[in-house]
Design a protein around this ligand. Structure first.
Ligand SMILES: NC(=O)c1ccc[n+]([C@@H]2O[C@H](COP(=O)([O-])OP(=O)(O)OC[C@H]3O[C@@H](n4cnc5c(N)ncnc54)[C@H](OP(=O)(O)O)[C@@H]3O)[C@@H](O)[C@H]2O)c1
Length: 323
């Protein structure tokens, strides 16, 4: 099969190549999926570049996320799953068979049925972002009737945080850096959108809600003063991204707010919480409560350009089409 792969870490143009490899067979408990759409996330290029290195088993086909159709099942898997449209998560986690190839094999729980109403592009966009958003929102209990602040509401994680929080019955306020992203956050369903660069951003948010209960935070250092200005007893600030420089923690201000800080890395989230995320995301998909961000598509032969575009910090979702 055709696959994009690397066998050492480095810049995309130096280490990524498209080549033929033997098509994998599904092992016990696994399914093989003919990949229709592969989706890129920052973790994929961070693994490839070596900035967050993960062991390479001979070669590594990148990308956790994707969508396609099951075409073979391994021992112990119901053969009736052949022909099922699925969305994939964690395909490349501890395995060489990422989704940037014509086929992948994954443990069957990581190939989740995709409702007929959902496109393969949307299915491919879910994995890392929607599951991270779910964990950020629900690690500390339901958000029904609460106010959620989503920092970076036009980002991939932020987008699904808005949609999953709205579906759960929360009031959602999103921050963005400009009008194009504000429109994306509004389309995602945010009740209010504020530019975090405005000097009076806290006042604008307080005019909507005097305090927030949860913050889904992409840049803790940059936004901590804003978050604390909106925090009160029981507010949980949940950080899922590291900035170039670690923040200095203003302990007195955190104490005064009586806030809780939580940190999330999807790779370490317990299995039952991942299953909970898959179930909720599937239900949301079936209800039509999830939509995608604007898409930019690359053929597999342009995998290097796709990775370089991802590293440039794009607006929207980058998809790679294997065949
Ligand atoms: N912990 C985990 O398990 C986990 C899971 C998924 C992703 N991540 C990490 O999370 C980060 C975002 O991932 P993604 O896929 O959502 O990326 P993305 O689609 O590029 O979105 C990032 C968003 O953050 C916004 N942003 C940047 N600085 C901001 C600030 N100071 N305040 C508010 N918003 C800000 C960006 O817009 P502007 O720059 O225009 O504001 C952009 O919309 C990446 O570093 C990724 O590696 C971690």
């Amino acid at each position: 099969m055709k696959a994009a792969l690397y066998d050492r870490y480095g810049p995309a143009a130096e280490v990524l190549r498209v080549t033929e490899v033997e098509r994998p067979e599904p092992g016990p408990g696994e399914v093989r999926v003919k990949v229709a759409v592969s989706a890129l996330n920052p973790t994929d290029y961070k693994s490839r570049s070596g900035s967050t290195p993960r062991p390479i088993d001979g070669f590594q086909i990148p990308h956790h996320d994707g969508a396609g159709v099951i075409d073979a099942t391994g021992e112990g898997v119901d053969p009736a799953r052949v022909g099922q449209r699925v969305w994939l998560w964690f395909a490349a986690f501890g395995r060489r068979w990422g989704t940037a190839a014509e086929w992948t094999v994954v443990p069957e729980r990581q190939a989740v049925p995709l409702p007929g109403s959902a496109s393969l592009e949307l299915g491919a966009s879910l994995g890392v972002p929607a599951m991270t958003a779910h964990r950020c929102l629900f690690a500390d209990g339901p958000v029904t009737g609460k106010t959620v602040l989503v920092a970076g509401g036009a980002g991939a994680v932020g987008h699904f945080a808005i949609q999953l929080a709205r579906r759960a019955g929360a009031q959602v306020i999103a921050t963005v850096s400009g009008p194009e992203k504000a429109e994306l956050a509004r389309q995602a369903g945010a009740d209010a959108v504020v530019n975090y660069r405005d000097a009076d951003a806290a006042d604008q948010i307080k005019a909507v809600a005097p305090r927030v209960d949860r913050v889904v935070e992409v840049a803790l250092g940059a936004n901590l003063a804003l978050d604390l200005a909106l925090a009160g007893l029981g507010t949980v600030i949940v950080t899922y991204a590291a900035e170039a420089t670690d923040p200095v923690l203003p302990v007195r201000a955190c104490m005064t707010a009586n806030a809780l800080l939580r940190f999330i890395l999807l790779y370490g989230v317990p299995a039952d919480a991942l299953d909970h995320a898959v179930a909720d995301i599937s239900a949301a998909l079936a209800e039509g409560a999830l939509t995608g961000l604007p898409e930019r598509r690359f053929p597999l032969s342009e995998i290097v350009a796709a990775h370089e575009a991802a590293e440039a910090g794009p607006v929207g979702k980058l998809l790679v089409i294997p065949s």
